[in-house]
Design a protein around this ligand. Sequence first.
Ligand SMILES: [Zn+2]
Length: 443
Amino acid sequence: MSHPTVTPVAAPNLVADTICRTAELGLSIDNAADAGDVTHLYCHPVTVDLSCPGCGQGCRVRDHVERRLTDLPIAGHPSVLHVRVPRLVCGNGDCNVAIFRASIPQAADDRQSVTRRVTRWILQRMATDGMSVKACARGLGIGWKKTCTLALSACRHLTGGDPGRLDHVRVLGVDEHKWKHVRGDGTPGFVTVIVDLTPQVDGVGPARLLDMVPGRSADAFGDWLAARPKRFRDTVKTVTMDGYSGYAKAASEQVGKARQVMDPFHVVHLAAGKLDLCRQRVQNETLGHRGRKGDPLYGIRRLMLTRRSLVTPARAERLDEVLTAEEHVAVQLTWDFYQEIIAAYDEPVAGDAKLRMFKLIKRIRSGVPRGLGELATLGRTLWRKRTAILAYFDTGASNGPVEAINGRLEHLRGIALGFRNLEHYILRSLIHSGGLRGAVDAL
Ligand SMILES: [Zn+2]
């Protein structure tokens, strides 16, 4: 970058201030220079608060320092404000504050290197105009990473700062989501997805994505809850989650009074996993190799996971034929149980459904015949989690919330393709799925 050369400005700063709309920043332009692609504006605050942040007493101006702030592009070029900010000295001998730089709150946060309106601009370009992080960064003359971080923290601020956004959240959903495989060590990257299920449960609208935080741990969810206002934590009456004990721990600690619910999708998923394991074991015991094309059990592996009522008669016949073979009895019994779990969730009256589920869980808690190891393990797990599983039937929730979460996650998974950077992924997800558009437009 070539060195900026200051040239005298012909007209007084009124013209420059009008063009650059610096009044809304509380600044006035003294001079300008262009250095290649970047326009430099030299300015000073119109008014400065001279009171000490420690004791409130009036301070003395010691000297001036220059604060550089990236501002909105001017005529298609990035612009940088050089703000001459006074450094103040507190004369109060009892005060802890000695010397400090005056704030310019209208223009920028104390620690920020861009003006407030830049952050707003990025969010609006991304949410409203569908502009990419890259295009925003180029327009402002700042880095991609910085642009992304700025937008994400502004998004989070909107999430937390919009007082209405977290109101009335009674049913909170939390789920882990594998967003991509991190290259290198091959371990998957996880995010914790936090969804407001209240509108869905009330039947007034879709679930809303509230936030996504990196990682999958008790801390990831617990820290998020702890950072919300107490009023929010007091309003949450139900937390719907997968079977992961870390989330349960976090919910117990932070929203202890809320009822913990294990959502049907994860219960069914758990049972499906055991059914798969059982099929693979029996496959190996009977044929001595892993399932391959032409093997009877392998041929029905997907059919088995389908809800019984949705299987066509012709395929049901095939299913029965394989399952009723004597050597497949373990698979058949595990399959029966899996289907009974689904059927319990299908029961139209919640009270009946709950009783049916309780009896089911009780039945396989113990006393499962030998040779049904997978079912026995499942029985122990379901019994341990029975309170959360049965609580589902008291929440008045239909199957909607589950499908909402899954639909949402599928949607996010679609968005996730091609995202290498977690912050970027979260930012995009929040902008597109979090119902933030209205808030961004109102900025
Ligand atoms: Zn002071």
